[in-house]
Design a protein around this ligand. Structure first.
Ligand code: SAH
Ligand code: SF4
Length: 381
């Protein structure tokens, strides 16, 4: 790509409007371009037939529209599809489509690798190189849509739900994740409802506090332990942001959100004889007694970089029953999808080229300079 061309996939709807105005166009030009890209899948300016020829010629001189290329596609026996996308420098990120009877969920990546390094996660083990750009994140959705379709299809859209549960920690890439969210929710782009877009986080407290009341989408918290002592080991970022601060930040986020309907989703990976005892289930219920939530139990998905094991079904069942029968909590045990192609939660590795080792501290430093300005509003519920 020529260095001087602006990739319009890096701009959110407001940014695209500013770009059009800066090039002598009316703001509605941005609406037209958004629709071409994200509703009809058109990225060739020459095909944008409602835009004047002169304007198209001007756009070609200053802009381009580029998503990362798909370099491989793997299909699971259960219908799950995993794509690897080339984001340059020999790095690959992965995106997973999970078809279900009433929805198609796309699981997208937000970083190349992940600096949080949770002890059980394959992405964490694969290292970390950098944040993905807006075009590299929204480009995953765009590429998937080129495979399954862009527009409405009977009762639901070809891609009806987005979860930021692929590679990386979304709240260490807040600015770009915010822009991506705006494109996902914009009526002129993917037009998804805010309840169908989920940010999953390991618990980056300052970022959560920054976006509270400004970015309204569904929130999933990767908790995985009922106390600080164990969480410090499983999710090392807990050493910086302990449970008391984290749960206060989560509360604050959902109190300022419509998308969550007053409840956060708690993700809890069940690791055999590590965090799955009935005592720990009681401790978890006590920890969450003031947090309106639903719990997703995720039996550990094994991978070659880990010694942890998935608990037996009877251990999973016992843990589940303590929460549901003794505390009346809403709990689902998430079924594993696509593990025959290593597409299940925490099995994504992509390919991470580490030119320079960058870690969590550097990422957290960057967060200090991040400005969260615009409120995402679509008028949709
Ligand atoms: N970084 C974010 C989002 C990506 S991870 C986060 O941690 O929330 C998405 C989910 O997969 C998280 O809940 C994570 O803990 C879980 N996960 C990671 N490795 C896993 C594994 N091997 N088996 C099951 N779930 C795993
Ligand atoms: Fe990063 Fe999430 Fe994996 Fe932890 S679980 S290492 S935060 S991707």
């Amino acid at each position: 790509m020529s260095e001087n061309l602006v990739n319009l996939m890096n701009l959110d709807p407001d940014g695209l409007k500013e770009f059009c105005v800066a090039h002598g166009e009316k703001p509605f030009r941005a609406t037209q371009i958004l629709k071409w890209i994200y509703q009809w899948g058109v990225v060739d300016f020459d095909e944008m037939s409602n835009i004047k020829k002169d304007t198209r010629a001007m756009l070609k001189k200053v802009a381009t529209i580029q998503a990362p290329e798909i370099v491989s596609e793997q299909k699971s026996a259960d219908g799950t599809i995993k794509w690897a996308l080339d984001v340059g420098d020999g790095s690959l990120v992965e995106t997973v489509l999970i078809p279900e009877p009433d929805r198609n969920t796309l699981c997208i990546s937000t970083q190349v690798g992940c600096p949080v390094k949770c002890s059980f996660c394959r992405t964490g083990k694969s290292g970390y190189s950098r944040n993905l750009t807006v075009s590299e994140i929204i480009g995953q959705v765009w590429r998937a849509a080129t495979r399954v379709g862009f527009s409405e299809n009977g009762e639901y859209k070809p891609i009806s739900n987005i979860v930021m549960m692929g590679m990386g920690e979304p709240l260490l890439n807040v600015q770009n994740v915010l822009s991506v969210t705006k494109i996902l929710l914009s009526d002129n782009a993917f037009a998804l409802s805010k309840r169908r877009v989920t940010i999953s986080t390991s618990g980056i407290v300052p970022a959560l506090n920054k976006i509270a009341g400004k970015v309204d989408v569904a929130l999933a918290l990767s908790l995985h332990a009922p106390n600080d002592e164990l969480r410090d080991v499983l999710v090392p970022v807990n050493q910086k942001f302990p449970l008391k601060d984290l749960l206060a930040a989560v509360r604050n986020y959902i109190d300022n959100s419509n998308a969550n309907c007053g409840r956060v989703t708690i993700e809890y990976v069940l690791l055999d004889h590590v965090n799955d005892s009935t005592d720990q289930a009681h401790e978890l219920a006590a920890l969450l007694k003031d947090i309106p939530c639903k719990i997703n139990l995720i039996p550990f998905n094994p991978h070659e970089d880990s010694e942890y094991k998935r608990p037996s079904n009877s251990r999973i069942d016992r843990f589940f029953k303590v929460l549901t029968e003794q505390y009346g909590m809403t709990v689902i045990t998430r079924t594993t999808r696509g593990d025959d192609i290593a597409a299940a939660c925490g099995q994504l590795a992509g390919q991470v080229q580490q030119r320079r080792l960058r870690g969590l501290n550097e990422q957290l430093e960057k967060l200090k300079d991040t400005k969260i300005e615009a409120k995402v509003s679509t008028g949709k519920e």
